[in-house]
Design a protein around this ligand. Structure first.
Ligand SMILES: C[S@@+](CC[C@H](N)C(=O)[O-])C[C@H]1O[C@@H](n2cnc3c(N)ncnc32)[C@H](O)[C@@H]1O
Length: 325
């Protein structure tokens, strides 16, 4: 049976967007217009035109959460996009610089024309670089425990052999991210990736990996860099959004723990930037005081998670610290 337009569409567009559009647009009357579309940008533009304002806000199309990120990422800030968007809109001609780009939820939410995205995690950045080059999946991914541990061993062999920037490493990293426990990215003291098998009931690898090509066009003018935030080559006119690991004990994303000294080092580094700056963090007393002291405006937001380690169900509070916006 020939592939229908809807099949092609689902393959081309990131999943959540495809679902939302199919739901809303297809039963209406505009499918003709969609069948002529070739690129993802066109698709977004057409969707914007076709949907009524009320639908647009319901679907958050382009004005809300943007494009779904390709990786699962601890501390992803997709939920913050609606708060960041009004700030960003005043500066959207600028380059977006994210020294803690992580899972890319913010860049994919704001969709800047020009961006410098940096993170200390070399594997995520390697994966994005491969997506930018047009990565298509060749690994026969299986949601199977033995297969997972074989892939994990192979991934660690590549790291040891200094081959962590290869295409094979990028594909394995993606597979481990989708299949491992909670999409975590943890390494032991010896530098080996040690996240256990995730035990998900099912994982639709085919659907996810068919989305890879959507990112190629989006990433075309974005630069991906690995390193500590202080090494990021920021220009005076850049819009800087920093989302460091939360100010809590035992936070560990990549190899390094982000200590209080790093939080202070970051705040002082951000305070030196002459252009607009936005910082998000857990609203601990010392973080709020630190940024206020450095002349930032602070706003507290309810985060969609709860602190439960002490058994209570206190709502977590996020702080947005801004300067020059
Ligand atoms: C809260 S996450 C960022 C999440 C991202 N905003 C998103 O929405 O997906 C924090 C990130 O900081 C990175 N990181 C930790 N220490 C770092 C450092 N010293 N310099 C740069 N990045 C660092 C981690 O690898 C992690 O991806």
């Amino acid at each position: 049976m020939p592939e229908t337009f809807f099949d092609q569409f689902t393959k081309r567009a990131p999943l959540s967007l495809a679902d939302e559009l199919m739901d809303k647009v297809i039963p209406v009357k505009h499918n003709q217009a969609f069948s002529k579309l070739v690129g993802f940008g066109d698709l977004m533009a057409a969707a914007q035109k076709l949907l009524r304002p009320a639908d647009k806000s319901r679907l958050n199309l382009g004005e809300g959460l943007g494009i779904r990120p390709p990786l699962k990422w601890a501390g992803g800030k997709r939920w913050l996009v609606p708060h960041l968007k009004p700030i960003w809109d005043k500066h959207k001609e600028r380059r977006l610089v994210e020294p803690f780009s992580g899972g890319l939820a913010v860049a994919l939410g704001l969709l800047p024309g020009d961006a410098l995205l940096s993170d200390i995690n070399p594997h995520a950045i390697n994966f994005y670089r491969w997506l930018k080059r047009g990565l298509t999946n060749k690994l026969a991914m299986q949601n199977d425990e033995d297969f997972y541990y074989q892939c994990r061993t192979r991934f660690n062999e590549l790291i040891k052999a200094d081959k962590a920037t290869t295409r094979e490493a990028a594909e394995l990293f993606y597979y481990l991210n989708r299949t491992g426990y909670n999409g975590l990215c943890r390494f032991n003291k010896g530098g080996e990736f040690n996240v256990p098998f995730g035990r998900y009931k099912s994982i639709n690898y085919e659907l996810y990996t068919s989305e890879f090509k959507s990112y190629k066009a989006i990433f075309a003018n974005w630069q991906f860099v690995v390193g500590d935030f202080e090494a990021v080559d920021v220009r005076p006119g850049d819009f800087l959004y920093a989302d460091p690991p939360y100010d809590v004990e035992f936070t560990q994303y990549a190899k390094e723990v982000f200590a209080w000294e790093d939080q202070v080092r970051l705040a002082e580094w951000l305070a030196k930037h002459p252009g607009p700056v936005v910082l998000s963090n857990q609203a601990t007393k010392r973080i709020v005081a630190l940024y206020k002291k450095l002349g930032f405006k602070t706003r507290l937001l309810d985060a969609p998670r709860r602190i439960s380690c002490t058994g209570d169900r206190t709502r977590a509070v996020e702080v947005l610290a801004t300067r020059g916006v």
